[in-house]
Design a binder for this molecule. Sequence first.
Ligand SMILES: *Cc1c(COP(=O)(O)O)cnc(C)c1O
Length: 320
Amino acid sequence: MPTVPTFADVQAAADRIRGHAHRTPVLTSRRIDAETGAQLYFKCENFQRMGAFKFRGAFNALSRFDDDQRRAGVLTYSSGNHAQGIALAANILGIPATILMPDDAPESKVAATVGYGASVVRFDRYGEDREEIGRALAAEKGLTLIPPYDHPDIIAGQGTATMELLEETGELDALFVCLGGGGLLSGAALAARAMAPSCRIVGVEPEAGDDGVRSLRSGSIVHIDTPVTIADGAQTQHLGVLTFEIIRRDVDDIVTASDAELVAAMRVFASTMKIVVEPTGCLAFAAVRRLAPELAGRRVGVIVSGGNVDLDRFAALITS
Ligand SMILES: *Cc1c(COP(=O)(O)O)cnc(C)c1O
């Protein structure tokens, strides 16, 4: 098993991605502070390259390839932001990328991935096992598989978002981070435990898929069916081995947010802060809004993880 990354790995990742990833803004809103009673600092990864934090981990992981790995190329499976992150990072670094995507992946996502120069291989989501196909392809062509969250370089890269946030805000009382497979949350925990030791770290997952809550409670990784939720970036079935190791050691709590709460948060982001945030990117803020009474007077970090949502879907959601 690969070793669990540390804060030193997050710092090394920050050096590698400097000048390639954007240092995204930390936004504040007096109006939202007045409404919640807390002082909120939003780390806006919806302004990251390709529209989500996933570029950080992808670029960090691919930067560490040796010459043979670079020549042969990278492989991953994802229908979402990780695919685009890998495709863009590979394009910048001149590494061939192969992305396994389900037959029913949205054409806009396939087109964006192909647009970054990656080869897309389609598979039947219901009849074929993507991990098996991935392993076979990787073995046949010598490709290096970079999974979406359970990898030390991915975790370390994602941790740079929280590192940048804390560099700007100093110590925070609490930090809220959305949770799918746990790459973002475990990276955030590495940074926050080192830079803000007394900060309360809270993960937020969709109400429809509370495997994180149950895993934390039971002390082992709980597997669930693909949850039905508008938070498509967090429709994971289980945490990773590495991410869970860090989460259970460093994260204080995991809470959930419902689809209705995500839509409400999405509307506040658009109307008050004038920013477009995808449903998954609203998880942390949705939980902060519900828990506001407990957070009164506190300085709270909120990771806004991404902004990739088709305009038609965005319009339909905020008017629903
Ligand atoms: C991938 C993703 C998440 C979940 O990240 P994990 O590292 O899998 O927990 C959250 N928000 C967005 C926008 C994502 O793309």
